[in-house]
Design a protein around this ligand. Structure first.
Ligand code: FES
Length: 167
């Protein structure tokens, strides 16, 4: 077959093939176009980025915590707690979907580093006083009190980002 003849027969097929490939590429591109993300999701991604390797971020009246960070990883198990002494909070995994946060200042004489947790009560080993995790009858930090509930803070969990609000 001469060159001219070959081109006459082959060109239309090649052009059609190129057009079909281009169409497929456009279709694929359309299908991977990302959906716009929600405001909540956008804030979540920004916070995680800002938290970085430290595991937490203090900002105004909030502390943001990456629950996947090594420091907070024990909170993936129900009834485990973390005494976060940098932020002054006891963080408790109450159940599969609930995380609670409390002032880690003992209402008796203010110790912050001797807490244990059992049967819905935190016990301070300094003088052996126990405090509840319920609402009402709040025992304030270092108030020479030996009963009542620890001061709680509002918590919000979105994916693996915990927000604790001190206001
Ligand atoms: S300081 Fe905690 S029990 Fe006394």
């Amino acid at each position: 077959m001469k060159r001219e003849e070959f081109l006459k027969k082959s060109c239309p097929i090649m052009v059609l093939s190129i057009l079909a490939t281009a169409e497929m590429m456009i279709s694929c591109q359309d299908s991977i176009t990302e959906e716009p993300i929600s405001k909540e999701e956008s804030e979540y991604l920004t916070r995680l980025k800002d938290i970085g390797t430290k595991g937490y971020l203090q900002e105004q009246a909030n502390v943001y915590i990456n629950m996947k960070h090594d420091t907070y990883y024990p909170l993936s198990t129900v009834n485990n707690f973390v005494n976060d002494q940098i932020n002054g909070i006891l963080i408790l995994r109450k159940d599969a979907s609930t995380i609670l946060a409390f002032d880690n200042c003992c209402p008796h004489l203010g110790s912050r580093d001797q807490w244990s947790y059992k049967s819905s009560k935190f016990t301070c080993a300094n003088h052996g006083n126990s405090f509840g995790i319920n609402t009402g009858q709040i025992a304030n930090c270092n108030s020479n009190t030996n009963f009542g509930n620890l001061k709680a803070y509002k918590t919000t969990l979105y994916k693996d980002l915990l927000t604790i609000n001190f206001s």
